[in-house]
Design a protein. Structure first.
Length: 256
């Protein structure tokens, strides 16, 4: 596979960019969105680079793009590509070296009554009802509100990814769903939603700890957590898992 870097500062203003060739030497096209409001910071000039949605995404291409800081949303692969801003930093955990902090161990201990189930990534009324409740009570001020069945499908599911749901139950009651992709070099934490009334359980943190354990059971080296944004409080948790690695200046850098 031949990789050709675009302008490293993301200054290319073209709406489409030839950026990469696959193993068969076929050009992969990327598309750059017009400026739009940022989901994390108070600015209106965010832009996003998308892989051509007509492209068939192989497991090798998905892994290569993930290792270059791309993420999946539905069937799309994307990366923030903003003028004058590089705040969105891809983050991953080298799971073999991860050691939980005292607070994280306490969270695991406090939730020993829960049951973990790995389920197919598909639409179901049980999963959707929890998702809709989570969006309504946790993100009513965001661009994902209000939730819809079409949104659930287009945001979380993909026809080409090896996805599954890591679910946590209290008896028969579903409390948490971590949408997870299995890749060649790790698991990718796509999105987690949980019962908003169960704050005391720290279900978001617990889900990441469970994903780390699933990584280890599958002998996969990394858990990819998505983007960390230093000045965004709701993203701060991603660097609470140490050691971590941050993708900056086209390389992964260690954060102990």
């Amino acid at each position: 596979m031949v990789l050709v870097d675009p302008d490293p500062n993301g200054r290319d203003s073209h709406k489409q960019e030839p950026l990469m060739q696959d193993d068969h030497r076929e050009q992969i096209q990327f598309f750059l969105t017009p400026p739009h409001p940022c989901s994390y910071l108070s600015r209106n000039d965010a832009q996003t680079l998308f892989v051509d949605p007509r492209r068939i995404v192989s497991s090798n291409l998905y892994q290569t793009l993930t290792d270059r800081g791309f993420r999946r949303s539905g069937s799309h692969l994307y990366q923030p590509r903003c003028n004058n801003c590089t705040a969105c930093i891809a983050t991953r955990i080298p799971v073999a070296e991860f050691k939980p902090r005292r607070t994280q161990r306490r969270i695991v201990k406090a939730n020993q009554d829960l049951r973990l189930e790995i389920e197919d990534a598909r639409f179901s009324r049980r999963h959707y009802d929890l998702y809709a409740r989570y969006i309504s009570l946790r993100h009513a001020d965001g661009d994902m509100y209000p939730a819809s069945e079409d949104q659930f499908r287009s945001f979380l599911l993909s026809p080409w990814s090896a996805s599954f749901f890591i679910c946590l139950y209290e008896g028969k009651r579903l409390l948490s769903v971590a949408v997870t992709d299995q890749q060649l070099s790790g698991l990718s934490a796509i999105y987690t939603f949980f019962e908003p009334s169960e704050d005391r359980r720290s279900l978001g943190v617990l889900s990441i700890l469970q994903q780390i354990e699933v990584c280890r059971s599958l002998d996969l080296p990394y858990l990819y957590l998505g983007y960390w944004v230093k000045d965004c409080a709701k993203m701060a948790y991603k660097t609470d898992f140490r050691p971590a690695e941050l993708y900056q200046n086209n390389q992964w850098k260690r954060l102990d």
